[in-house]
Design a protein around this ligand. Structure first.
Ligand code: ZN
Length: 535
């Protein structure tokens, strides 16, 4: 069967039947009220399938069987074209809102789900099947009859794109959102600020992008600035596009480290800049970890971020905001009289070792998470964020390996697994050949595929804290969208199966066979993907 359907990620259950569904000259999408957006997305997806010419949307009134006939004003005959029905059936039982049934009969296709999110996941399976195995345009598009019953293993199936080191335009992000939905991912983690750029327009603080969104490219002798930022309307466009595909957008604003581009417009929020007005920063064009971070001893910092986060929460309707919290060296805090005074006041001093700046970081991130709580949001942080004590509703992204995530889950924190250790960091090389692009390590396709987010070290109850996993694409060495595609694919296909499919269904051998078919689909969608060895 898998050679017939070859869906990635592999569905929970499927069976084939006699016959084929053929796409005729016209394809009719018939949907119940309430599924208008999902229907439009499926129509857009199918119209990109070579061989499918016309896709027409018909909204059903209340009874979908009525709509099996021509719309009002015409004779009640079955339409000339091929038919696809989308229907909500609240009585269908799934463990998650994303469960769906895809019924393929020679006469029509039906996508059924209890909720609209399930309709989109079923539509993604149909899109894959319609793209088939890369047939030529003149051939007819047909799908083997059968039935798929499917739902995800994890509720968090993420993709992070670093838009700070390299600026990706909105059109490219939309392409990635479609490819994420194609693989049934449901979270877009948007890394918007870092040492190299501040990309998010905050209306009340235009200086943030004015000084933070463009940086001097140090590779050129002459003055040459590169960069860009996302305006309010860009953000709305991305959120709308993602929402239609049932993908949650999670913005990331990095604190207290990785913040040079913020300090470019507000040097007074650095430890050195508060007392010395000559201190000056520019967005970095080098990579690494920089010692200048946001001062924890300056109360104005929290007033400033209260305003910023209030605006961020207005822009992003989702329940989470990622606040970074990683790789913050404490050199400046230890030198800073304001930070030292804060540590004295809070008692973050020990007789043996002096100041305890790690506790100050936990306190700092705690203040930020309280600001978010005020606006009804939960904070996500990289795994360093729980080095001290922080609100239990903080969500931990385990990146330094799986151990920090195991530790966090045992302490009762919700965890998203995205370890850099040969699993989820897709800026790493596909293989260890010197010609291969990438840096900081190697992560082969099989490494990604064999990654398991739930460790045997966790009890059942602790395992419930593992919300899922995420692929992360950092862009220090990525200058163009095409390069991003090459780093993402096909490892993102492998991870989508890790995050969606039942553990017992996963087989790398079987996946590799399906991938051969799937590559034709990626070709049809104009994706630039890696074609070298998988091990
Ligand atoms: Zn300070």
């Amino acid at each position: 069967m898998s050679d017939r359907y070859s869906i990635i990620p592999i569905p929970v259950a499927y069976e084939s039947r006699e016959g084929n569904f053929r796409f005729e000259k016209e394809t009719w999408l018939i949907a119940e009220p309430g599924l208008e957006r999902e229907t439009e997305v499926l129509a857009a997806w199918l119209s990109r399938v070579p061989g499918i010419e016309k896709v027409k949307i018909v909204s059903a009134n209340s009874n979908i069987s009525e709509s099996l006939f021509m719309p009002s004003g015409h004779e009640r005959n079955k339409p000339e074209g091929s038919m696809i029905l989308l229907s909500l059936e609240p009585e269908l039982f799934f463990n998650t809102p994303e469960g769906y049934i895809l019924d393929i009969a020679p006469s029509c296709i039906q996508i059924k789900a209890a909720e609209s999110a399930g309709i989109i996941r079923g539509a993604a399976s149909l899109w894959q099947l319609a793209l088939g195995n890369g047939r030529k345009e003149e051939q007819e598009v047909s799908i083997q009859a059968g039935r798929i019953v499917d739902e995800p293993r994890f509720s968090w199936r993420g993709l992070m794109l670093d838009c700070a080191r390299n600026f990706f335009r909105v059109e490219f992000i939309e392409k990635l959102l479609d490819l994420a939905a194609f693989h049934k991912l449901n979270v877009f983690h948007w890394h918007l600020t870092d040492d190299q750029a501040w990309r998010l327009e905050i209306p009340s603080k235009p200086e943030l992008v004015q000084y933070g969104a463009f940086r001097r490219d140090l590779r050129y002798q002459e003055e040459y600035k590169k960069g860009g930022y996302y305006s309010q309307s860009d953000v709305k466009r991305i959120i709308d596009y993602a929402q239609a595909r049932h993908i949650l957008v999670v913005p990331e604003i990095e604190l207290p480290g990785h913040s040079i581009a913020l300090l470019a417009s507000h040097p007074e929020y650095s430890c050195k800049g508060r007392a010395d007005p000559t201190v000056h920063f520019e967005p970095e064009d080098r990579y690494g970890i920089f010692e200048d971070i946001v001062c924890a001893g300056n109360d104005d910092v929290f007033v400033f971020f209260d305003d910023v986060l209030q605006e961020v929460c207005k822009m992003f309707p989702g329940p989470y905001v990622h606040m970074g919290g990683d790789e913050a060296p404490k050199t400046r805090w230890l030198e800073c009289s304001d930070c030292r005074e804060r540590m004295n006041t809070l008692g973050f001093v020990s007789e043996d070792s002096g100041y305890l700046p790690e506790k100050l970081q936990a306190w700092f991130m705690g203040k930020i998470s309280n600001l978010l709580f005020k606006y009804g949001r939960r904070m996500i942080g990289w795994d360093e964020v729980i080095d001290g004590d922080i609100r239990r509703d903080t969500i931990v992204m385990s990146w330094r390996g799986i151990e920090p995530g195991i530790h966090a889950a045992k302490r009762g924190y919700d965890v998203i697994m995205c370890p850099q250790t040969r699993a989820c960091y897709l800026d790493h090389k596909h293989n260890d050949e010197p010609e291969e692009p990438g840096h900081l390590g190697v992560c082969t396709l099989s490494d990604s595929y064999l990654f398991e987010p739930v460790s045997d070290k966790l009890s059942d109850e602790e395992s419930d804290h593992i919300l899922g996993g995420q692929a992360n694409l950092w862009s220090e060495l990525i200058y163009f969208g095409r390069q991003a595609e090459y780093m993402l694919f096909p490892r993102l296909c492998a991870l989508s199966e890790v995050f969606w499919s039942p553990r017992g269904k996963r087989s790398f051998e079987d996946f590799s066979q399906r991938l051969r078919v799937h590559e034709h689909r990626l070709d049809a969608l104009n994706v630039c993907y890696y074609k070298g060895r998988f091990f």
